[in-house]
Design a protein around this ligand. Structure first.
Ligand code: UDX
Length: 419
């Protein structure tokens, strides 16, 4: 989020200094190399460096004193009890505070519970007497789409009450698409948790419906088609699968639940979303284990190790549960992912890695498609059938292929919710 914001704001013509305490990342960025995979971001960073609107540093004293706006975009991992661990937010603010100029705006982009701004103001006042404004600027970008989402957001939410702060934050985003929603910091922070919890709940809901379809012969894709034209419902963003993953939904649903519990609203739907999502993947793997008459001794190809397409982020990726499950059940696993390479060696020492999907599937009795990477949803199924064992299973956890495609090729197809 930080790298994307820095590069986009530089493109808008602002002078941006990106600060991180990780020297390796900063020196990579200053050379124009982005330390993770995100489409279009490298070009944007390089353009910013070239125009000298963008630079990166590890030094607070270099980045903070001249800043009119400071965006805090550090991580907020979940603490063991599910609440947001705010130590990096508080640490960054404390380290920056003594260098802050008068009337600077500290805008919190990290996902934090309502009420955090008051704590941040208290921390800052320990280090400086200057007037510092604290605002909320929640971020809604998706990984893999981060640059496009930031250039053309559906909306930009500004959580601030002082007119001068609102004016400066509106002008900071001038040139970007999307509606502006100016609300209180507490509402802005609630909006971020609400958006992610709602979307996570939507995915969990359709996965539950998919389970029912598997029992009664209905097809989940047809159900979605039939209800999606209802404007109150909509046809997007509830494709079924093994459950949601990534760096935000699992964490944010847990955090909202824990935060709700801490203020006496912890029962009901929120903890259930997380519970259903976490148990889903093991439930499905147990079903597949039965269906293929045991993974033991079978060669299994796993396609897709990231948590979703167009990113090399593996946080809460389905493979993190699927691969260990397969190994525990005695399968021989060969995996392929277009971007997760070195990390796959570190994460999965017990498996073989192939450099293309067909090699990964060679002589396999089971293929499990976990991520809808463009390359993996356009496989030549006849070529696959040739390299795989005859009558092999193709388990499509993203419903990208059809029963008919696979039958014609001689593979046994298994989709989610009957495809
Ligand atoms: C999400 C939010 O979309 C974004 O607004 C927020 O800022 C950060 O969290 P991200 O985690 O990058 O973004 O990915 P997203 O595309 O939303 O997918 C999240 C998870 O849900 C993935 O595991 C994805 O596979 C899954 N998903 C998404 C589904 O299973 N079905 C869907 O229809 C959509």
């Amino acid at each position: 989020m930080g790298v994307v914001s820095s590069a986009v704001l530089a493109k808008l013509g602002h002078v941006v200094i990106g600060l991180d305490v990780d020297e390796v990342k900063i020196s990579q960025l200053n050379r124009g190399a982005v330390p993770f995979y995100e489409p279009d971001l490298t070009d944007l960073v390089q353009a910013g460096l070239k125009t000298q609107h963008l630079a990166y540093t590890t030094q607070y004293e270099a980045a903070i004193p001249k800043a009119e706006v400071i965006l805090i975009a550090v991580g907020t991992p979940s603490a063991p009890n599910g609440t947001a661990d705010l130590r990096y937010v508080f640490g960054a603010v404390a380290a920056a505070a003594e260098y802050m100029a008068d009337k600077v705006i500290v805008a919190i982009k990290s996902t934090v519970p309502p009420g955090t701004n008051v704590k941040i103001r208290d921390i800052i006042s320990k280090y400086t007497d200057k007037q510092v404004y604290v605002a909320a600027l929640p971020e809604f970008l998706r990984e893999g789409n981060a640059v496009a989402d930031t250039l053309k957001p559906d909306r930009i939410v500004i959580g601030a009450t002082e007119p001068a702060v609102i004016k400066r934050l509106l002008s900071l985003h001038e040139g970007l698409g999307g509606k502006r929603v100016v609300i209180t910091p507490e509402s802005a922070q609630m909006a971020k948790y609400t958006a992610n919890a709602y979307l996570a709940q939507r995915i969990t809901f359709i996965n539950q419906i998919a389970n029912i379809c598997e029992k009664n012969g209905a097809k989940i894709s047809q159900v979605i088609e039939a209800i999606g034209d209802d404007k109150r419902i909509g046809g997007h963003y509830w494709y079924p699968g093994l459950g949601y993953g990534g760096s935000c939904f699992p964490k944010d649903v847990k955090e909202l639940s824990a935060y709700a519990k801490s203020i006496g609203e912890g029962q009901g739907l929120l903890p259930k979303i997380d519970e259903l999502n976490e148990e889903r993947i093991i439930k499905k793997m147990n079903e597949y284990n039965k269906l293929v008459e045991g993974f033991k001794g079978k060669k299994v190809a796993v396609l897709g190790l990231s948590f979703k397409p167009n990113t090399n982020d593996t946080r809460f990726a389905p493979a993190l549960v699927v691969v260990p499950f397969l190994l525990r059940h005695g399968a021989f696993v060969t995996a392929y992912d277009p971007q997760v390479k070195d990390e796959a060696i570190r994460l999965y020492p017990g498996i073989a890695l192939a450099d293309d999907p067909y090699k990964a599937s060679s002589e396999a009795q089971v293929l499990i498609l976990l991520v809808e990477w463009p390359e993996l949803i356009n496989l030549d199924v006849h070529k696959l059938a040739e390299v795989m064992d005859s009558g092999a299973f193709f388990i499509d956890t993203r419903n990208q292929y059809t029963q008919v495609d696979m039958k014609n090729a001689g593979l046994k197809y298994v989709g989610i919710g009957n495809g």
